[in-house]
Design a protein around this ligand. Structure first.
Ligand code: NAD
Ligand code: IPM
Ligand code: MN
Length: 349
């Protein structure tokens, strides 16, 4: 029986990189004998233009029914920050599907270490997994606006912290067995609950895993100056959003990083961490590697095909090792050419 992939191209450069992710999945399916079927659905600004809603009911239902969701990116200057926003569709999709655990791996390809603005020896061995809590915190608390005053409530429950922290500790056991939990416990009550809850859970169920707590301001500095000190980084929604874009500097470009958003079931949402890149959209030059990396994560986490996932990751690695580069990495390849370079290695590998 074939597995259903919902494709949400979205806005700006989103459709360009979503097409790359889809092409990579099709190539992986051909090579590994998987049966995947794809259907595209309106989402984000494109859906606002079509029907006034960034997450139409039919798109949400298709996502619920899918085995995996591939997303390009949403948003852009056309829709600004008005009342009906493309980004609200993405937040609602994450919430409706209860995708509370966002995995954002940051690895530095040896051939790109010299490309980072940081000294090569600092970034060479970087291998960080950011576990960003995705359905709580400031993003989803009550919002008010009364005349010239606005507020966003930051709210976390022990339950929400525990389920995200479990994913981080379990992932650490498969890696270098260390979690750094990042918060702002010197100021925020939610962070004090976060730290207390992570500490209790660690003592109870994960005492074999190393744990360190850090404050987000100095952690933002240390992630750049001593990135090799981090294995799994566990943090709340807003801090994870900011720190993951920061960490893309270690890898060489934000266009390289992918993500998986997971809940309690198999179904997951897979998207690059970057946005719709309005400044380069429509030119066919966006780096597709973040989207293709996300496709590999879909093979691994939702489609029951870890071998295909490893082969696709290997193909990305080989293409970059062979010198394939989009413009953000100082090369000349367009989105489709870079995608073809990866698919070529996948077929040969
Ligand atoms: P952005 O990530 O879109 O772009 C930041 C910079 O990185 C730009 O210079 C862009 O050209 C570059 N960049 C991004 N992706 C790239 C790629 N694949 N290859 C090469 N260069 C790339 O961030 P922004 O400009 O702050 O946001 C633009 C819009 O995207 C906003 O509306 C924002 O809300 C939205 N956004 C959406 C998502 C998502 O859909 N998951 C994520 C982040 C931002
Ligand atoms: C991301 C994006 C989103 C977020 C926006 C577009 C809502 O920045 O996926 O990193 O803040 O979570
Ligand atoms: Mn972001």
């Amino acid at each position: 029986m074939s597995q259903n992939i919902a494709v949400l191209p979205g806005d700006g450069a989103g459709p360009e990189v979503a097409a790359a992710a889809r092409a990579a999945l099709e190539a992986a399916a051909a090579r590994f004998g998987l049966s995947l079927s794809f259907a595209e659905h309106p989402f984000g600004g494109a859906a606002i233009d079509a029907c006034g809603n960034p997450l139409p009911d039919a798109t949400l239902e298709a996502c619920r029914a899918a085995d995996a969701i591939i997303l390009g990116a949403v948003g852009g200057p056309k829709w600004g920050t008005g009342t009906v926003r493309p980004e609200a569709g993405l937040l609602r999709l994450r919430q409706e599907l209860n995708l509370f655990a966002n995995l954002r791996p940051v690895k530095v390809h040896p051939a790109l270490a010299a490309f980072s603005p940081l000294r090569e020896e600092r970034v060479r061995d970087v291998d960080i997994l950011i576990l960003r809590e995705l359905t709580g915190g400031l993003y989803f608390g009550d919002k008010t606006r009364v005349r010239d005053t606005a507020s966003d409530v930051c709210r976390y429950s022990r339950f929400e912290i525990i389920r995200a922290a479990r994913v981080a500790f379990e992932a650490a056991r498969q890696r270098r067995n260390h979690v750094t939990s990042i918060d702002k416990a010197n100021v925020l009550e939610t962070s004090r609950l976060w730290r207390e809850t992570v500490t209790d859970l660690h003592a109870r169920d994960y005492a074999d895993v190393g744990l360190r707590h850090e404050l987000v301001d100095s952690a933002a500095m240390k992630l750049i100056t001593q990135p090799g000190d981090y294995d799994v980084v566990l943090t709340e929604n807003l801090f994870g959003d900011i720190l993951s874009d920061e960490c893309s500097v270690l890898a060489g470009s934000i266009g390289l990083l992918g993500s998986a958003s997971l809940g309690a079931g198999q179904n997951g949402l897979y998207e690059p961490i970057h946005g719709s890149a309005p400044d380069i959209a429509g030119q066919g030059i966006a780096n597709p590697v973040g989207a293709i990396t996300s496709a590999a994560m879909a093979l691994h986490h939702s489609l029951g095909a870890p071998e295909a996932a490893d082969a696709l990751d290997g193909a990305i690695f080989a293409a970059i090792a062979d010198g394939a580069r989009t413009r953000d990495l100082g090369g000349t390849l367009g989105t489709q050419e870079m995608t073809a370079a990866v698919i070529d290695r996948l077929q040969k590998g």
